[in-house]
Design a protein around this ligand. Structure first.
Ligand SMILES: [Zn+2]
Length: 248
């Protein structure tokens, strides 16, 4: 197992980077909310991240998903073997996690893009990480509507459709943090850019919608961005969005 890099960005807010993808841990006393869950092969790193911050897997009282791509739900089947935690997302994304439909770049989409810098080594790496495993989460359900969730960290889901139909980010108003999933990232193995940016359009259902969703992000009060891919980005989210738009 490659040890994940763990960064505490605020009281009760930890960010874990496995090298391929990221997740976040929100703690409140003994309870933990997990946001996203890595690739299937990331499960040992997921466990390690929880233990490194002084908790056990059984302290996870809920899992929130930004979206149901394999690199964000892959660790869940192994987790759910050990922990009885509810899995929540927006209503469309919960259906996506249950695999009532699939909105994900297919192996053919990836094959068509193998000529791009970094795509071939990335594809080899993610196949090893379990990218082709047919993971579905039958217990995924929508979180209650109405803003702030009564879970450790009190995250506020904000819909940002585009990367997937039901994609959401999670705003932590007291901490000034936003967990942006794949709506806004700060790097990716297939990108030569560093800093706030969008994923290549072939990864997303509707890149135009992703660009529109950036305005939703820019309106949040936050100065720490925890993306699905790339490292922590510090600075006002409005400036991060402006930087991402410059790269379009
Ligand atoms: Zn994704």
């Amino acid at each position: 197992m490659r040890e994940p890099r763990i960064t505490q960005v605020a009281d009760g807010v930890h960010f874990a980077e496995s090298g391929s993808v990221n997740w976040a841990l929100l703690t409140d006393g003994t309870a933990v909310t997990l946001v996203d869950a890595g690739y299937p092969a990331d499960f040992p790193a997921l466990r390690h991240s929880v233990e490194t911050i002084g908790h056990r897997l059984r302290d996870i009282t809920a899992v929130l998903l930004t979206h149901a791509h394999i690199d964000h739900i892959g660790g869940l089947p192994a987790l759910l073997d050990e922990v009885d935690a509810p899995i929540h997302a927006t209503a469309p994304e919960a259906a996506h996690a249950r695999r009532e439909f699939l909105e994900q770049a297919t192996p053919l989409d990836v094959a068509r893009n193998l000529w791009r810098p970094g795509v071939l080594p990335w594809a080899v790496h993610i196949i090893r990480a379990g990218a082709l495993k047919p993971v579905k989460i039958p217990t995924a359900t929508p979180f209650p509507a109405g803003g702030r969730l009564d879970l450790p960290g009190n995250p506020v889901p904000v819909a940002t459709p585009g990367h997937t139909t039901g994609h959401a980010v999670y705003h932590l108003p007291e901490a000034g943090v936003v967990i942006t999933g794949d709506t806004l990232v700060s790097g990716h193995p297939t990108s030569i850019k560093r800093g706030p940016q969008l994923l290549h359009p072939f990864f997303s259902k509707d890149q135009g919608q992703v660009i529109t969703a950036l305005d939703t992000l820019a309106a949040l009060d936050a100065d720490v961005v925890l993306p699905g891919h790339g490292g922590v980005h510090r600075g006002p989210i409005g400036e991060a969005v402006a930087q991402a738009k410059l790269g379009l």
